[in-house]
Design a protein around this ligand. Structure first.
Ligand SMILES: [Zn+2]
Length: 256
Protein backbone atom coordinates (compact mmCIF):
# COMPACT_ATOMS: atom_id res chain seq x y z
CA UNK A 1 0.00 0.00 0.00
CA UNK A 2 2.76 2.44 1.01
CA UNK A 3 4.54 1.61 -2.24
CA UNK A 4 1.41 2.41 -4.29
CA UNK A 5 1.00 5.74 -2.49
CA UNK A 6 4.66 6.58 -3.16
CA UNK A 7 4.18 5.79 -6.87
CA UNK A 8 1.05 7.97 -7.04
CA UNK A 9 2.88 10.83 -5.26
CA UNK A 10 5.78 10.44 -7.71
CA UNK A 11 3.42 10.49 -10.70
CA UNK A 12 1.73 13.69 -9.42
CA UNK A 13 5.13 15.29 -8.82
CA UNK A 14 6.28 14.46 -12.36
CA UNK A 15 3.02 15.88 -13.76
CA UNK A 16 3.34 19.12 -11.77
CA UNK A 17 6.98 19.55 -12.85
CA UNK A 18 5.97 18.90 -16.47
CA UNK A 19 3.18 21.53 -16.36
CA UNK A 20 5.47 24.10 -14.69
CA UNK A 21 8.15 23.31 -17.28
CA UNK A 22 5.73 23.79 -20.19
CA UNK A 23 4.43 27.10 -18.76
CA UNK A 24 7.96 28.37 -18.03
CA UNK A 25 9.05 27.48 -21.57
CA UNK A 26 5.93 29.12 -23.04
CA UNK A 27 6.45 32.42 -21.20
CA UNK A 28 10.26 32.61 -21.14
CA UNK A 29 10.54 31.97 -24.89
CA UNK A 30 8.46 35.12 -25.52
CA UNK A 31 9.48 38.74 -25.20
CA UNK A 32 6.88 40.47 -22.95
CA UNK A 33 4.78 43.55 -23.78
CA UNK A 34 5.91 46.99 -22.56
CA UNK A 35 3.40 49.00 -20.54
CA UNK A 36 2.76 52.40 -22.12
CA UNK A 37 4.31 51.46 -25.46
CA UNK A 38 3.01 53.88 -28.10
CA UNK A 39 2.65 52.45 -31.56
CA UNK A 40 0.94 54.11 -34.52
CA UNK A 41 -1.22 56.27 -32.25
CA UNK A 42 -2.35 53.34 -30.09
CA UNK A 43 -1.06 52.57 -26.61
CA UNK A 44 -0.32 49.20 -25.05
CA UNK A 45 -1.59 48.87 -21.46
CA UNK A 46 -0.20 45.89 -19.57
CA UNK A 47 -2.80 44.26 -17.32
CA UNK A 48 -1.30 41.46 -15.27
CA UNK A 49 0.17 38.94 -17.71
CA UNK A 50 -2.06 40.16 -20.54
CA UNK A 51 -2.33 43.49 -22.33
CA UNK A 52 -4.95 45.76 -23.87
CA UNK A 53 -4.53 48.22 -26.74
CA UNK A 54 -6.20 51.63 -26.43
CA UNK A 55 -6.98 53.23 -29.80
CA UNK A 56 -8.01 56.90 -29.82
CA UNK A 57 -10.95 57.78 -32.05
CA UNK A 58 -12.37 61.19 -32.96
CA UNK A 59 -14.31 63.32 -30.47
CA UNK A 60 -12.59 62.04 -27.33
CA UNK A 61 -13.71 58.45 -27.80
CA UNK A 62 -11.54 55.34 -27.65
CA UNK A 63 -11.76 51.72 -28.72
CA UNK A 64 -10.11 48.84 -26.89
CA UNK A 65 -8.60 45.69 -28.29
CA UNK A 66 -9.48 43.15 -25.56
CA UNK A 67 -10.34 44.02 -21.96
CA UNK A 68 -7.51 42.41 -20.02
CA UNK A 69 -7.22 40.10 -17.08
CA UNK A 70 -8.51 42.29 -14.26
CA UNK A 71 -12.27 42.40 -13.57
CA UNK A 72 -11.88 45.88 -12.02
CA UNK A 73 -10.27 47.18 -15.23
CA UNK A 74 -7.88 49.25 -13.06
CA UNK A 75 -5.03 49.52 -15.59
CA UNK A 76 -7.40 50.53 -18.40
CA UNK A 77 -9.19 53.09 -16.19
CA UNK A 78 -5.79 54.56 -15.22
CA UNK A 79 -4.91 54.98 -18.88
CA UNK A 80 -8.28 56.63 -19.56
CA UNK A 81 -7.82 59.09 -16.70
CA UNK A 82 -4.32 59.88 -18.01
CA UNK A 83 -6.22 60.96 -21.15
CA UNK A 84 -8.74 62.82 -18.94
CA UNK A 85 -11.43 60.37 -19.97
CA UNK A 86 -13.81 58.19 -17.99
CA UNK A 87 -15.09 54.68 -18.71
CA UNK A 88 -17.92 56.18 -20.81
CA UNK A 89 -15.37 57.21 -23.47
CA UNK A 90 -14.90 53.56 -24.48
CA UNK A 91 -17.35 53.06 -27.35
CA UNK A 92 -16.12 49.68 -28.57
CA UNK A 93 -14.24 46.63 -27.30
CA UNK A 94 -12.95 44.39 -30.07
CA UNK A 95 -12.32 40.98 -28.50
CA UNK A 96 -9.65 38.87 -30.17
CA UNK A 97 -11.01 35.77 -28.39
CA UNK A 98 -12.80 34.55 -25.29
CA UNK A 99 -10.05 33.37 -22.94
CA UNK A 100 -10.58 34.91 -19.47
CA UNK A 101 -7.42 37.04 -19.56
CA UNK A 102 -8.85 38.97 -22.55
CA UNK A 103 -12.40 39.66 -21.39
CA UNK A 104 -11.86 40.48 -17.67
CA UNK A 105 -12.70 44.20 -17.71
CA UNK A 106 -15.60 44.24 -20.20
CA UNK A 107 -18.25 45.01 -17.55
CA UNK A 108 -16.45 48.24 -16.56
CA UNK A 109 -17.40 49.88 -19.87
CA UNK A 110 -21.19 49.87 -20.11
CA UNK A 111 -21.30 52.29 -23.09
CA UNK A 112 -19.11 50.05 -25.22
CA UNK A 113 -20.27 47.85 -28.03
CA UNK A 114 -18.70 44.42 -27.52
CA UNK A 115 -17.56 43.03 -30.86
CA UNK A 116 -16.24 39.56 -31.70
CA UNK A 117 -16.40 37.01 -34.47
CA UNK A 118 -19.71 35.10 -34.41
CA UNK A 119 -17.86 31.79 -33.87
CA UNK A 120 -16.35 33.10 -30.63
CA UNK A 121 -19.57 34.36 -29.01
CA UNK A 122 -20.41 31.14 -27.06
CA UNK A 123 -16.92 31.05 -25.49
CA UNK A 124 -16.99 34.78 -24.60
CA UNK A 125 -20.43 34.51 -23.02
CA UNK A 126 -19.45 31.36 -21.13
CA UNK A 127 -21.82 28.95 -22.84
CA UNK A 128 -19.04 26.65 -24.02
CA UNK A 129 -15.49 25.87 -22.86
CA UNK A 130 -12.17 26.37 -24.62
CA UNK A 131 -10.59 23.22 -26.02
CA UNK A 132 -6.84 23.77 -25.49
CA UNK A 133 -4.94 21.20 -23.35
CA UNK A 134 -4.92 23.54 -20.31
CA UNK A 135 -8.11 25.65 -20.82
CA UNK A 136 -10.25 22.51 -21.17
CA UNK A 137 -9.54 21.68 -17.52
CA UNK A 138 -11.55 24.70 -16.34
CA UNK A 139 -15.29 24.63 -15.72
CA UNK A 140 -17.73 26.47 -17.99
CA UNK A 141 -19.68 29.29 -16.36
CA UNK A 142 -21.67 32.25 -17.73
CA UNK A 143 -19.38 35.30 -17.85
CA UNK A 144 -22.17 37.89 -17.72
CA UNK A 145 -20.80 39.37 -20.96
CA UNK A 146 -23.06 39.91 -23.97
CA UNK A 147 -21.46 40.30 -27.38
CA UNK A 148 -23.53 43.14 -28.82
CA UNK A 149 -22.20 42.85 -32.36
CA UNK A 150 -21.20 39.52 -33.93
CA UNK A 151 -18.67 40.05 -36.72
CA UNK A 152 -18.06 38.31 -40.02
CA UNK A 153 -14.66 37.51 -41.48
CA UNK A 154 -13.57 40.32 -43.83
CA UNK A 155 -16.02 42.87 -42.41
CA UNK A 156 -14.90 46.47 -41.93
CA UNK A 157 -16.28 48.39 -38.94
CA UNK A 158 -15.75 52.16 -39.01
CA UNK A 159 -16.01 54.03 -35.71
CA UNK A 160 -15.45 57.77 -35.25
CA UNK A 161 -13.11 57.94 -38.22
CA UNK A 162 -11.12 54.70 -37.71
CA UNK A 163 -11.71 51.59 -39.84
CA UNK A 164 -11.22 48.15 -38.27
CA UNK A 165 -10.88 45.24 -40.70
CA UNK A 166 -11.74 41.83 -39.27
CA UNK A 167 -9.74 38.69 -40.10
CA UNK A 168 -10.74 35.24 -38.84
CA UNK A 169 -7.68 33.32 -37.59
CA UNK A 170 -9.13 30.14 -36.03
CA UNK A 171 -6.77 27.84 -34.17
CA UNK A 172 -5.88 29.42 -30.84
CA UNK A 173 -9.66 29.30 -30.32
CA UNK A 174 -12.44 28.50 -32.81
CA UNK A 175 -13.37 32.15 -33.36
CA UNK A 176 -10.05 33.93 -32.83
CA UNK A 177 -9.86 37.24 -34.69
CA UNK A 178 -7.15 39.65 -35.82
CA UNK A 179 -8.04 43.31 -36.35
CA UNK A 180 -6.29 45.75 -38.68
CA UNK A 181 -6.70 49.44 -37.79
CA UNK A 182 -4.47 52.42 -38.68
CA UNK A 183 -1.86 49.99 -40.09
CA UNK A 184 -1.65 48.07 -36.80
CA UNK A 185 -2.47 44.36 -36.81
CA UNK A 186 -3.80 43.23 -33.43
CA UNK A 187 -3.45 39.47 -33.19
CA UNK A 188 -4.40 38.62 -29.58
CA UNK A 189 -2.79 35.27 -28.78
CA UNK A 190 -2.69 34.01 -32.37
CA UNK A 191 0.93 35.12 -32.75
CA UNK A 192 3.71 36.24 -30.43
CA UNK A 193 7.15 37.82 -30.52
CA UNK A 194 9.83 35.33 -29.52
CA UNK A 195 12.68 36.59 -27.34
CA UNK A 196 14.82 36.98 -30.51
CA UNK A 197 12.13 39.17 -32.14
CA UNK A 198 10.88 36.58 -34.62
CA UNK A 199 7.15 35.92 -34.97
CA UNK A 200 5.92 32.62 -33.57
CA UNK A 201 2.48 31.01 -33.46
CA UNK A 202 0.10 30.65 -30.52
CA UNK A 203 1.33 28.65 -27.52
CA UNK A 204 0.31 25.00 -27.92
CA UNK A 205 -0.72 24.48 -24.30
CA UNK A 206 -3.41 27.19 -24.44
CA UNK A 207 -4.59 26.58 -28.02
CA UNK A 208 -7.41 24.50 -29.52
CA UNK A 209 -5.23 23.50 -32.48
CA UNK A 210 -1.66 24.55 -33.14
CA UNK A 211 -1.82 23.27 -36.74
CA UNK A 212 -4.95 25.31 -37.48
CA UNK A 213 -3.37 28.40 -35.87
CA UNK A 214 -0.32 28.04 -38.12
CA UNK A 215 -2.48 27.58 -41.24
CA UNK A 216 -4.51 30.67 -40.25
CA UNK A 217 -1.36 32.79 -39.96
CA UNK A 218 -0.24 31.65 -43.42
CA UNK A 219 -3.66 32.55 -44.84
CA UNK A 220 -3.68 35.88 -42.96
CA UNK A 221 -0.38 36.84 -44.54
CA UNK A 222 -1.69 35.97 -48.02
CA UNK A 223 -4.86 37.98 -47.48
CA UNK A 224 -2.99 41.03 -46.14
CA UNK A 225 -0.75 40.96 -49.21
CA UNK A 226 -3.78 40.50 -51.52
CA UNK A 227 -5.61 43.40 -49.77
CA UNK A 228 -2.54 45.63 -50.22
CA UNK A 229 -2.61 46.24 -46.45
CA UNK A 230 0.13 48.52 -45.17
CA UNK A 231 0.94 46.79 -41.88
CA UNK A 232 3.34 48.97 -39.91
CA UNK A 233 3.35 46.82 -36.76
CA UNK A 234 1.91 43.61 -35.33
CA UNK A 235 0.62 43.86 -31.75
CA UNK A 236 0.25 40.58 -29.79
CA UNK A 237 -1.48 40.53 -26.38
CA UNK A 238 1.23 38.71 -24.43
CA UNK A 239 4.40 39.83 -26.13
CA UNK A 240 6.28 42.76 -27.62
CA UNK A 241 5.26 44.78 -30.68
CA UNK A 242 6.70 43.41 -33.93
CA UNK A 243 7.60 46.06 -36.51
CA UNK A 244 6.26 45.70 -40.08
CA UNK A 245 5.08 42.63 -41.97
CA UNK A 246 8.45 40.95 -42.56
CA UNK A 247 8.26 38.61 -39.57
CA UNK A 248 4.77 37.39 -40.49
CA UNK A 249 5.89 36.86 -44.09
CA UNK A 250 8.95 34.91 -42.87
CA UNK A 251 6.71 32.75 -40.66
CA UNK A 252 4.34 32.11 -43.57
CA UNK A 253 7.21 31.26 -45.94
CA UNK A 254 8.68 28.80 -43.43
CA UNK A 255 5.28 27.16 -42.81
CA UNK A 256 4.24 26.65 -46.44
ZN1 LIG B 1 -5.77 32.97 -25.37
Amino acid sequence: MARVLKLIALAILVLVIAVIGILAFTFLSRSGPTDGREVGGARVVVDGFSSVAVIPLREGRVALIDAGNDATGAAILRELSRRQLGPGAVVAIFLTHGHPDHIGGVAQFPNAEVLALADEVPLIEGRTGARGPLPRLFSVNPTGITVTRALRDGEVVTLNGVAFRVYAVPGHTAGSAAYLANGLLFVGDSADAASDGTLIGAPWVFSDSQAENEASLVRLEQRLVADGANVTAIVPAHSAVIQGMAQLSAFAAASR
